[in-house]
Design a protein around this ligand. Structure first.
Ligand SMILES: [Zn+2]
Length: 331
């Protein structure tokens, strides 16, 4: 394993004027545009492309910018906080929930509806997806595949926010095909999920007493609030990926479109630069070639490999499913 894909993502939220004053998101569209273009400029200095998950309101309001970015190599996907969409489109009378709080039928209906709005703005239907808050239930991957999506970044291993239906205990840390029945399992769907990278070496005590792991995001002041440097985060994540030796090794990170990425002295901008410097240095120290990629290329890579499903295990016995009849391989 000598090459590792580096995937930078940004969730592009609607303005707080269209959702809720306390929600995440820029206060106005020009602030959102500055964040998007500023982040893109920083990424470009490291030779890295960006994957943008765009909420339908942002796709509609900033269609010209996002179309232009896509023409220039950015990967665009759909971002969805159902409750924000509900307030914009349905006066809160429908889909007033987190994504994981929707039934399979509701997810189908919402994705069909929102994808049509997104397609009107961007010029084609979205093929990539991220649910807001990484909120999801077991229906997510089957629904996404049947709605024509081929990839997403839908999981943050270790996240436990039950009240927002975001629970990712015991899941997959590396890119894999989604499972139709169980969200934490590797499956055989033609849908590639790219988990958010995180440093699993230490559980941190986060806001509201929630346990969490450090990740690459510049949004959080890891050194100041949790006494964890970006050097430690980068070194540990790369070491852990190498130990797992996945089929598709990836370093993926997230940020949001309400930070002042065009202000070189803004604390988040400074952390972003530090994070990228440390990520690149840690890759080099580990003898890894860091290769910029979008989610599209990660999905290409995952889907080029046959499904690697977890074996069926029962009471300590493992069954070999390769032959005509399942044989007990190891008890
Ligand atoms: Zn979001």
């Amino acid at each position: 394993m000598h090459e590792i894909k580096v995937v930078l993502t940004m969730d592009c939220e609607p303005t707080t004027a269209t959702s809720h004053p306390a929600a995440t998101g820029p206060t106005n569209w020009s602030g959102g545009e500055d964040a998007v273009l500023g982040y893109l400029e920083i990424a470009a200095r490291y030779g890295l492309p960006v994957t943008f998950f765009v909420h339908p309101e942002a796709a509609a309001a900033q269609a010209v910018m996002f179309r232009d970015l896509e023409r220039n190599g950015a990967c665009l996907g759909l971002h969805m906080h159902p409750w924000k969409y509900a307030l914009w489109r349905h006066r809160g009378k429908k889909y007033l929930a987190h994504y994981g709080g929707l039934t399979s039928a509701e997810q189908h209906e919402l994705l069909a509806e929102a994808s049509a709005i997104w397609a009107d703005a961007i010029g084609h239907r979205p093929a990539y997806f991220r649910p807001g808050t990484f909120s999801a239930n077991d229906s997510i991957f089957a629904v996404l595949e049947s709605q024509g999506f081929r990839g997403g970044s839908c999981t943050a291993l270790g996240r436990v926010i039950p009240e927002m239906q975001a629970i990712w205990v015991g899941g997959q840390p590396d890119p894999h095909r989604g499972h139709p029945a169980f969200r934490q399992a590797r499956g055989n769907l033609n849908f590639a999920n790219m988990p958010l990278s995180a440093d699993f070496s230490r559980v941190l005590n986060g806001p509201a007493n929630r346990n969490m792991y450090a990740d690459f995001r510049p949004d959080v002041d890891w050194p100041g609030q949790y006494q964890v440097s970006y050097r430690t985060i980068a070194t540990n994540i790369i070491k852990q990926v190498r130990e797992r030796a996945p089929t598709v090794p990836v370093l993926s990170t997230i940020t949001h479109n309400h930070y002042a990425y065009r202000d070189a002295d803004d604390p988040v901008t400074l952390r972003c630069r530090t994070m990228l410097d440390e990520m690149m240095a840690a890759c080099q120290a580990a003898g890894m070639n860091a290769k910029g990629a979008t989610l599209r290329e990660v999905a290409d890579d995952v889907l080029a490999h046959p499904a690697a499903e977890d074996p069926f295990v029962c009471e300590g016995a493992i069954f070999d499913l390769a032959g005509e009849r399942a044989e007990l391989r190891h008890a």
